[in-house]
Design a protein around this ligand. Structure first.
Ligand code: MLT
Length: 312
């Protein structure tokens, strides 16, 4: 047992590596955030936290598998806003976000960026809006499946502009970004966690950011609100989950490790460099996550019913 651990409970968990399931493809925004978190949590737990990508169906494949995993604290899930939109986007889900998990806490808020293939003719957000209107279904808008943040943001963008583009799903925004850089698709909404470096190196065109305020790492990029899309805002909140009925002492140890990770200066700097904000300490709690999840399930339920997007 680690030096400084007290009593049977402290020594009982974790005695082997912990697996953190990421519901999207390797190399994408959730994976990047998950790997940073896993490293810092592992240091605090005194065990390796192994990242495992289980991509598919906009994050719902991974959520379903973690809901059914052993309730021993060795299988965790990092998921984002998609946990709250899935119940409205899918007619049938094999898990219930509000019943099948223990909530360890919120993690971080990630802004989104609207980016285009390098040779997209539109130069400004206004030109992009005209282009979307003019080209209609000829525009290929990529995303990471129903339940992905990129899908939600793309849906809101089409609604705000008043167009219907052709949407192209991938297993995550890592492969979607590769297709965008290669010019196989035209446009994508994606999280700054992944996009900032590619925007800075000029591999993609940046049209705007989805937050209320401009982003520190991309100070010249207008918000979509500034560009004329009234009230447009998407912030991708993240939570850490364990299967329902995981023992309370195990959950307490995991929550302590989460809180320690979110104080790690190396992690904070890594996130700050790409415009990502660690949530306040009071949200790094089971209540902080469960309250957010249930209010977001309600909020997005109403908006998605309006938009009428479904999968079976
Ligand atoms: C990813 O990691 O691929 C993204 O979080 C997918 C998304 O939600 O857009």
């Amino acid at each position: 047992a680690a030096v400084g651990s007290f009593g049977a409970h402290a020594q009982a968990f974790p005695t082997k590596p912990v697996t953190l399931v990421i519901p999207f493809a390797a190399g994408g925004p959730t994976d990047l955030l998950g790997r940073a978190l896993a490293q810092s949590m592992g240091a605090s737990l005194g065990q390796t936290v192994i990242v495992e990508n289980r991509a598919g169906a906009g994050g719902t494949v991974a959520s379903a598998s973690v809901a059914r995993a052993a309730k021993d604290g060795y299988t965790l899930l990092l998921h984002h806003i998609g946990m709250s939109t899935a119940p409205s986007l899918y007619r049938k889900l094999s898990f219930d976000p509000l019943k099948d998990f223990e909530y360890l806490g919120q993690v971080a808020d990630v802004p989104m960026t609207v980016i285009g293939r390098p040779d997209l003719p539109a130069k400004t957000p206004q030109e992009l809006i005209s282009y979307l209107k003019r080209e209609g279904k000829a525009v290929n808008l990529s995303h990471a499946g129903l339940g992905a943040a990129s899908q939600l943001c793309g849906m809101l963008l089409q609604q705000a502009v008043g167009v219907e583009s052709t949407t192209v799903p991938f297993q995550g925004t890592a492969p979607a970004l590769t297709a965008l850089i290669g010019g196989q698709v035209d446009l994508m909404c994606d999280q700054s966690m992944q996009t900032v470096q590619h925007i800075k190196s000029g591999k993609v065109k940046l049209y705007g950011v989805t937050t209320r305020e401009r982003l520190k790492p991309l100070p010249d990029a207008p918000t979509l609100r500034e560009a004329g899309l009234k009230d447009f805002e998407v912030v991708v909140w993240h939570g850490l989950y364990a299967p329902k009925a995981t023992p309370a002492p195990v959950l307490a140890t995991l929550n302590t490790a989460l809180k320690a990770a979110l104080k790690d200066p190396a992690l904070i700097k890594r996130l700050d460099d790409v415009g990502v904000v660690v949530v306040k300490p009071e949200l790094q709690t089971p209540e902080g996550l469960s309250t957010q999840l249930s209010s977001e399930v309600d909020r997005w339920g109403a908006l998605i019913r309006q938009a009428g997007t479904y999968a079976d």
